[in-house]
Design a binder for this molecule. Structure first.
Ligand code: CMC
Length: 423
């Protein structure tokens, strides 16, 4: 294993320390080039560690995902989203008293200021719920200006809790606004997930009672989506936080990044693909088209996982449980046939293409009657646990500096301004 890296530069040997499998990019500056000190060029940060983190561990080759060292399979089997949020934020599982206090603290903060609610009401009814969510979360800083004092531990804590607590409320308001339905306020009598489902789906009944199996399925989906180390949205949160921003302002960057179809939008694309395939009989022809480069098998492949995404395996089981309540989504058979053929096909096997988290989640959301635009919102709500944990870790990390990458300048130089009449 390399302990250091020797680089011969213009006849001189330069030795760079290798720590944690990385070199310090700033150490390269001691090597001169024609264009100044040596730097790295890494569009998309494919091979650059931007922080040290103790929150989430992924081994993509082995298909391992752990939060604070706990395997995702054990958390999905035994834990709840709120307990996982506590774990991500604090590094340890809570004892019974800590969990009770945590749940009570989060549930206490679920209401939103009426004027924040009005920001959603004033949007066009057919605007994307992610756009409404982004605007409403951006407004939260205006209601809690104390959040700017990120050096104060009490301010940090209360504002992270507020954000975690209010995301489901704002998400549900954004959904109901698009349907023209009244808003349902949080209820003291309901736990975190039950309350979210009530805020989404309650109609005229006095008490909304979600099926326990659906509550558990959504809880598991939330656990699986809670964090995923330095993905695009988390990196955006950390970059905005590095300028000294509060959790609300930083989370807006995360929501914005997640909105992108390459990030949070793939589950919607899976559903579209299944609709286009139409029936199980058409699967072989579709697979042949994928191998000819005519289409991608959406919900397959991952930048990090070169093995079965451990979240996909758990979601597949959750989907079966949800369908026991909602009836089977007719597209499930198409998805299963795609998976069966792909996992046995040399094209997919040799490229290590396996189902990812998005392959089955869209089917669940559709079975719950969500329109496709809501799928990304259902990703943003639980990812808030990861965003606030990563926000806090960045704020407290003495090594973190304001994010400010270099560029390779490829434009013109030293031109003279000419008056408009002479151009
Ligand atoms: N269907 C068919 N071929 C594929 C697919 C796919 N879904 N994914 C990758 N390939 C092929 C690709 O054509 C290439 O083949 P070749 O070597 O012959 O050119 C090879 O596999 C490597 O692909 P790549 O594009 O270099 O891989 P990447 O790591 O840059 O891309 C990915 C990762 C997720 C963008 C890609 O696998 C993909 O587009 N998948 C479908 C979209 C999708 O499901 N996205 C959700 C990702 S999980 C959500 C999250 O965690 O944020």
């Amino acid at each position: 294993m390399a302990k250091n890296l020797q680089i011969r530069s213009g006849g001189d040997d330069v030795t760079l320390d290798v720590t944690d499998g990385t070199i310090r990019a700033a150490d390269l500056k001691q090597i001169a080039t024609d264009q100044g000190p040596l730097a790295t060029y890494d569009p998309g940060l494919l091979n650059t560690a931007s922080c040290r983190s103790a929150i989430t561990y992924i081994d993509g080759d082995a298909g391992i995902l752990e939060y604070r060292g706990y395997p995702i399979e054990q958390l999905a089997e035994n834990s709840t989203y709120l307990e996982v949020a506590y774990l991500l934020l604090n590094g340890e599982l809570p004892d019974a008293a800590q969990l009770a206090k945590w749940e009570s603290d989060v549930n206490h903060h679920r209401l939103v200021h009426e004027n924040a609610k009005d920001i959603i009401s004033k949007s066009r009814y057919d605007s994307h719920p992610m756009a409404k969510l982004m605007s409403a979360v951006a407004s939260l800083h205006a209601f809690y200006p104390g959040s700017r004092d990120i050096a104060d531990p009490a301010e940090r804590e209360v504002n992270m809790i507020r954000l975690l607590a209010k995301m489901p409320t704002l998400a549900a308001f954004a959904y109901r606004h698009s349907l023209g339905r009244n808003y349902v306020y949080p209820s003291d009598e309901l736990g975190f997930i039950e309350n979210f489902l009530s805020m989404l789906f309650k109609r005229q009944e006095r008490h909304y009672q979600a099926d326990e199996r659906l509550v558990r399925a959504v809880d598991v989906l939330f656990i699986l989506h809670a964090d995923h180390e330095q993905n695009c949205s988390t990196n955006a949160v950390r970059a905005v936080a590095s300028a000294g921003n509060d959790p609300y302002t930083s989370a807006v960057a995360g929501i914005a990044a997640l909105f992108g179809p390459l990030h949070g939008g793939a589950n919607e694309a899976v559903l579209k693909m299944l609709n286009e395939i139409g029936s199980v009989d058409n699967v072989p022809e579709f697979i042949a088209g994928v191998k000819d480069g005519k289409a991608r098998l959406m919900g397959f492949g991952h930048r990090v996982y070169k093995n079965y995404d451990p979240r996909a395996r758990i979601i597949k089981k959750s989907a079966e449980e949800v369908f026991q309540v909602t009836g089977v989504n007719p597209r499930l058979a198409i998805a299963q046939e795609l998976e069966r053929i792909a996992l046995d096909d040399e094209y997919f096997v040799s490229r290590k293409l396996y189902p990812n988290v998005d392959f089955y989640s869209g089917l669940i959301y559709e079975a719950l009657n969500f329109p496709p635009e809501m799928f990304t919102v259902m990703f943003a709500v639980p990812r808030t646990a990861g965003w606030v944990s990563q926000w806090q870790e960045g704020v407290l990390d003495p090594e973190q500096k304001i994010t400010r990458p270099k560029q390779i300048y490829i434009g013109e130089r030293g031109r003279s301004y000419s008056p408009i009449t002479e151009r």
